[in-house]
Design a protein around this ligand. Structure first.
Ligand code: TYM
Length: 333
């Protein structure tokens, strides 16, 4: 049986990139049915980038409320918090013992940190923690722990999926065939959603459009999307436009084609942004109200997560026993 799994790091407020890259395809998969679903709050991953406990807590609540507000069916999907499943960090250690350091050296996030240090003339490892270095092993444990077959993610996570496969394969080869090798599910029409400044929309760049911002703020954010200096009436290149890219992630195909023609005909930026705001707002405003209500009810969110953790552990505990057995950490016989 197919098994979908994905997680979101609890370091910030969910944004349009998280939505189109991971949450929307994941919820669509649940609604299509016929598979198992595991979605979680990656709060151990949050500690890698964030040393502010209040922010991690707030973000966990916001991300949980987001999934629920968007209508995640928590009967169908197992919805849990990574840190409620202690088998995950346990598996992380064991997998780390067969993961190649050379493979981890190539991880984008780690390499980017080293490169930034080198460019700044610092020691290459300045500020680089073991958490950052181990990030892909923890992510492999998240995935392999549940024998996921399909992992809906944005393109930025593809390398981590490759690493999870590599790590799983090594374990299977060295000890026992316990792990399924997962495939990434990437929505090609979206790839990587751009942020306000045209770079990848990302919490760490501060260029995001939050998913459930109030209407006024959403309009303001859309108006801030960077455009080139073309005047109304001048043909605009859709392929190089963030406005068009975000439009394509939300509009049905016929509307994408219409906007492409409008761009060629030189639609004014103000008009294009107005239409973009309306499109996004229409898709998100029903969920926005539910989101606000859920945020105000942490007791409910906690109950949902606890119930999810129990179901997650019902899978993780027996697999972990087999892993221990396979590597020799078993009762003396
Ligand atoms: P994170 O929290 O950075 O992002 C969550 C999901 O959102 C996607 N995403 C985007 N997609 C399209 N365009 C964008 N601009 C954009 N920005 C973010 C990400 O690709 C991701 O799918 N390490 C992961 C979380 C994680 C995980 C896992 C995911 C931990 N364990 C196991 C899958 C399976 C991360 O930091 O995602």
């Amino acid at each position: 049986k197919q098994r979908y799994l994905t997680g979101i790091t609890t370091t910030g407020t969910p944004h349009l990139g998280n939505y189109v890259g991971a949450i929307r395809p994941a919820i669509e998969a649940v609604n299509a049915g016929g598979a198992d679903y595991f979605f979680f709050l990656a709060d151990y991953h949050a500690l890698i980038k964030c040393t502010d406990p209040a922010q991690v807590r707030r973000s966990s609540r916001e991300i949980a409320a987001t999934w629920l507000a968007l209508g995640l069916d928590t009967e169908q999907a197992v919805f849990y918090r990574q840190s409620d499943v202690p088998e995950i960090p346990e598996l992380t250690w064991i997998l780390g013992c067969s993961a190649a350091k050379g493979l981890m050296n190539r991880a984008h996030a780690y390499k980017a940190a080293v490169q930034a240090n080198e460019e700044a003339g610092e020691d290459p490892d300045y500020g680089v923690t073991m958490g950052l270095f181990n990030y892909p092993v923890l992510m492999a444990a998240d995935i392999l722990m549940f024998n996921a077959t399909h992992v809906p993610v944005g393109r930025d996570q593809l390398q981590h999926l490759e690493m999870a496969r590599d790590i799983g394969q090594r374990f299977n080869h060295n000890f026992a065939e316990l792990f399924t090798l997962p495939d990434a599910v990437v929505d090609d029409s979206v790839a990587v959603l751009q942020g306000l400044d045209g770079r990848k929309m990302s919490k760490s760049y501060g260029n995001t459009i939050p998913l459930f911002e109030g209407e006024k703020k959403l309009r303001k954010a859309v108006n801030k999307i960077k455009t080139n200096l073309l005047e109304p009436g001048e043909p605009k290149d859709p392929e190089r436009s963030t406005v068009f890219q975000i439009w394509s992630a939300f509009a049905p195909p016929a509307e994408v084609e219409r906007m492409r023609r409008e761009f060629a005909a030189g639609i004014a930026w103000g008009e294009a942004k107005k239409q973009l705001f309306e499109l996004i707002n229409e898709e998100l405003s029903p969920a926005r109200e539910r989101y606000e209500a859920l945020l105000a009810d942490p007791g409910y969110i906690e109950a949902v997560l606890k119930a999810g953790a129990e179901r997650a552990r019902a899978v993780a505990v027996p697999l972990m026993e087999r892993v221990r057995e396979a590597v020799g950490i078993a009762p003396v016989d």
